[in-house]
Design a protein around this ligand. Sequence first.
Ligand SMILES: NC(=O)c1ccc[n+]([C@@H]2O[C@H](COP(=O)([O-])OP(=O)(O)OC[C@H]3O[C@@H](n4cnc5c(N)ncnc54)[C@H](O)[C@@H]3O)[C@@H](O)[C@H]2O)c1
Length: 699
Amino acid sequence: MSEAAPVRLERREGIGLIVVDNPPVNALGPGIREGIIAALEAGNADPEIRAMVLIGAGRSFIAGADIRQFGKRRAGLPLGGRTYDVLDRSAKPVVAAIHGYALGGGLENALACHYRIAVRSARLGLPEVLIGILPSGGGTQRLPRLIGPKAALEIIVSGRHVPAEEAARLGVVDALLEDGVDLPAAAVAYAQSIAERRPLPRVRDMPEKLAEAREQPGLFEAMRKSIARRARNQKAPYHCIAAVEAACTLPFDEGMAREQALFAELENSDEARALRYAFFAEREAAKIPDLPKDTRAREVRSAAVIGAGTMGGGIAMCLADAGIPVKLLEASEAALERGLGRIRANYATSVKRGSTTEAEVEQRLSRIETVTEYEAIAECDVVIEAVFEELAVKQEVFVRLDAVMRPGALLLTNTSGIDIDAIGTATRRPQDVAGAHFFSPANVMKLLEVVNGARTAPEVLFSTMQLGRRLGKVAAVAGNCDGFVANRSRAPLSTEMVILLEEGALPEQVDRVMVEFGYPMGPFAVGDLAGLDIGYAGRKRRAAANPNARALPIADALVEMGRHGQKTGAGWYRYEPGDRTPRPDPEVARIIREFATQPREIGDTEILHRLLFASVNEACCILQEGKAYRASDIDAMWLHGFGFPRYHGGLMFWADGIGARAVHDQIARWHQQYGERWAPSALLRDIAERGALLREARP
Ligand SMILES: NC(=O)c1ccc[n+]([C@@H]2O[C@H](COP(=O)([O-])OP(=O)(O)OC[C@H]3O[C@@H](n4cnc5c(N)ncnc54)[C@H](O)[C@@H]3O)[C@@H](O)[C@H]2O)c1
């Protein structure tokens, strides 16, 4: 069907159905605009047609623009020649019939129709802000006219998907239909019921709701204030507000011109380019190169988690949240009780925050069953191990799993650093073993690093990636090496930040620089949250294995004083009881002075570059060793594992902004100054010499 024109006009009982048929989601690609306009004109000219319906074929209405078109030169559209303008001019009414997604340009087309009907499962939204731009098909002008500026602002500035039911309550949707209805037939019936109604309700001519802005003159300022933290360093959210403000102060056509002007300022901004890149990096990360064509994911209907500690509990929540029944196994009832207690407390917090309901939580909890015997999990399709980080303990667990699990079960480990192959060889089926490395808190952080062991079967890798997707994670593949890809690429940053203290910086200075760069928290505050004892144990282990490993005496001193971070009330900062606010501590400054023998003033740019270049260099080593498929996977990991500011695109994308050459040369200078830890990676040197992009680096 899709080889035919992407838009067709069907005639049914006096109604013209304009069917957009551009699989998979009817994105507004080439030919769609012209097709809709031609169909509208044909429908208006046809005396047999009384009204029209705009509808999508397949599983969705129009899911939005093709993002690849942004930032490229496009043929200018003739004034008044966009689908929205032609819909506005239509003499016959047009009903948008929505199922699946009506996003961005899709919703804007629906807003230019005279009526909108939607099935309950549909999602509507204007998510442009999430890629650094704003709705530029009149969305910022029509939505406030339809539902009032306040509700429109919230939707446009958040970019969220609005469920059809809420859209109906707000007045975006005129009639809500049950799922499973024959949508074309229902739309034809609806169109017949309104076919003769005049005047046509054109959203552009609805001024009433705009009065809200006059009644609440502080509305826009309040909105700007409310996003100040979250939208730090970004333009698009503020431009969205300015566009809605224009809807309230200017006549429609002038408002449209203002929307265009604001859009033009954003389209090629650094922020929009970075956000578009991040969008594609996430999608690309899902792809496994050279996966045999006939690879099929193993079905996962039930799961088991071994260990109900911090991670095991969070992983069980993820599975339950995704509707997968899960058996949680611990050695003792007491440990299970403790684990379940933590899960309940976490859910209670979500209810308090309003992100879920009591009833929903009950349902999720009912999917979690606690067990102490391996026989009880034998039939599960996947098992995720999250016991103590000790090879012997993990091997023992895998021996038992091998003995009981049904053939074909996925055997996954959440280890943060143990060799996957050493775990796999404890079983007689290493092909079924892979890493499923969640980040803490596992039910919140979106990254899932899927670790590919030397003997992991492609089908198992693929199935684990698919499972990650089902859990709502951004999953990316990592090779089996110390720290895998995410933590390994971040490790040099963690070392460098402490070395900066030896040169005279303070934790609060480093944290301020990173927060100003866009991180939600500085790395020292993050360290206090995670616990400093973990890094300490890692350093001791590495020092035992490698006498040349760089010691971090300041960090060691704190831990040896019992300052383990927030949980002990003190770490890099001090904490008041019951308060998580990090407070600079003179005691820490004193310890730093003891070690900083020749303190100097360190500039903000040096701090930023020392931390991030160290990681860029390591990321290049990782790629060179073939432990990641592509540089953009590392960027996706930083976005979802470490809170790297999305409007910088990712570590490697950001470094490209400085340029591989400049990054390399600086690293080479630091190599001279500081020695081996700054030895430039050969891949980095090569990229710099070729004038290529770091973000496009591959093994
Ligand atoms: N905490 C993190 O930030 C983090 C992040 C990613 C991965 N990990 C990894 O996840 C794993 C678990 O870490 P955690 O922080 O949840 O530890 P934890 O100490 O909170 O939990 C471990 C749990 O495993 C249970 N356990 C130990 N041996 C067991 C056995 N033989 N059978 C059944 N249960 C057993 C313990 O009773 C405990 O409840 C480790 O491999 C760790 O490296 C941790």
